[in-house]
Design a protein around this ligand. Structure first.
Ligand code: ADP
Length: 386
């Protein structure tokens, strides 16, 4: 078979799938996309679109039947169905075995502990009745509570004062199985994207640093390379590669890391797919994260992750206050700036804090990237459409 006409089936048709298609067009691939939203970001780009839920086994089988290899761009899918398909011989990258581990934050934390991956101290609880004793045993001033299953983009995560929970002045937010973990005082949040092929070859991208919107818990500005010294940079990349080696994973993995005040690096969590923190690689690196995944899906050699210039990325988020049709304000002004790359995700409706697009930025120095990012954040706005 001509590898360059391999049929790729993707569970999920959001912006990550859209950029995977955009970046793979040069390789003449065929994309089958499954999504529940007829107007999703991939609907007009897919060679073949299947309308259905990512939890619907019949629809997943329909996708598998017309694809040579499956991947996913979101974690909330029917993993049981994928595990069965894999058993029957379907190639799925990354393996649903890893997805199953990652979908449960408790299993993920236990895996890190067993494999000596540095992470925050934690205790697993089944229900609210176990919280007080667990928090006493953790012994940290603040605790981060995470529902084991179903959370994303900060939903299902609460940062709490330990004392307030123990003496009952703050209500226990979740009565479902949770991970309670020690709060790490971060000087920076970092991420490293790692690609690993079926021969165990591994490449990693330079560590990036993220800034978060504290309310929505979404990344607002991302900078690459992270402004950390070379020792921390190496430590971050090595830790991230160790995680992916421990998974024995094939595919693309985004490893989210915390850098604490003493200069130690801890793994927070892993996403087994292209990631928001790698959008800039489209313009900034020899091989983008999306092309890298396409190469792995095709069985081609991994590409160079070398970065050509300092880079940044600003997410364009739907504003508070309205849901519905929208337009971008000042796109013309932003388009005039050299080294600025606008990506619009073609979503039918804006919703508060929804990811509607992003802007990647290149410049000779990281300070100039920051300057451009600030200008873009001030001027490029999403407003109600006509
Ligand atoms: P999600 O999967 O919803 O993105 P995360 O586990 O990434 O949830 O947590 C969301 C955010 O909460 C992190 O990006 C970080 O800012 C903060 N956080 C999570 N765990 C800790 C921790 N142990 N110490 C300090 N901050 C944390």
């Amino acid at each position: 078979m001509n590898v360059l006409r391999k049929r790729i089936g993707v569970l999920g048709g959001g912006q990550l799938g859209r950029m995977l298609i955009e970046e793979s067009m040069r390789l003449n691939l065929h994309f089958n996309i499954l999504d529940a939203d007829l107007n999703c970001s991939c609907s007009t780009l897919a060679n073949h679109f299947i309308h259905g839920k990512l939890t619907d086994e019949a629809k997943i089988r329909e996708l598998a039947a017309i694809s040579d290899v499956l991947t996913y761009e979101i974690e909330h899918v029917n993993t049981e169905a994928l595990l069965l398909l894999e058993k029957e011989g379907m190639q799925i990258i990354p393996s649903p075995r890893i997805l199953q581990l990652i979908q449960d934050k408790g299993l993920q934390k236990q895996f890190f502990k067993e494999n000596k991956i540095p992470g925050s101290k934690f205790i697993l609880v089944e229900h609210a009745g176990e919280w007080k004793t667990a928090i006493k045993n953790l012994g940290s001033k603040q605790v981060v509570a995470k529902t084991r299953i179903g959370g994303y983009d900060g939903k299902g995560v609460a940062i709490l004062n330990s004392e307030a929970i123990i003496n009952g002045t703050v209500k226990i937010p979740f009565d479902v199985p949770c991970v309670l973990e020690e709060f790490i005082v971060c000087s920076k949040e970092l991420a490293v994207i790692v690609a690993r092929d079926d021969k165990g070859n591994t490449v990693s991208y330079p560590a990036i640093e993220m800034e978060f919107d504290p309310e929505a818990n979404l990344v607002t500005v991302l900078l690459s390379p992270a402004r950390v010294g070379s020792i921390i940079e190496e430590q971050a990349e090595e830790t991230a590669r160790n995680v992916v080696d421990a998974f024995n994973g094939i595919g693309l993995f985004a490893v989210e890391l915390f850098l604490d005040e003493t200069g130690s690096v801890f793994v927070n969590e892993v996403a087994p797919r292209p990631h928001n923190s790698g959008h800039h690689t489209i313009e900034a690196c020899y091989t983008s994260q999306y092309e890298q995944l396409a190469r792995i899906l095709l069985g081609l050699p991994l590409g160079s992750t070398e970065q050509v210039q300092a880079a940044g990325m600003v997410n364009l988020l739907g504003p508070e206050g309205f849901s519905g049709s929208y337009q971008f304000e000042n796109l013309d002004r932003i388009s005039k700036i050299p080294g600025v790359f606008i990506h619009l995700y073609a979503k039918a409706e804006s919703r508060p804090m929804r990811k509607m697009g992003h802007v990647s930025i290149l410049a000779p120095t990281i300070d100039e990237v920051v300057e451009k990012a600030n200008y873009i954040r001030q001027h490029l706005r999403i407003v109600r459409g006509n």
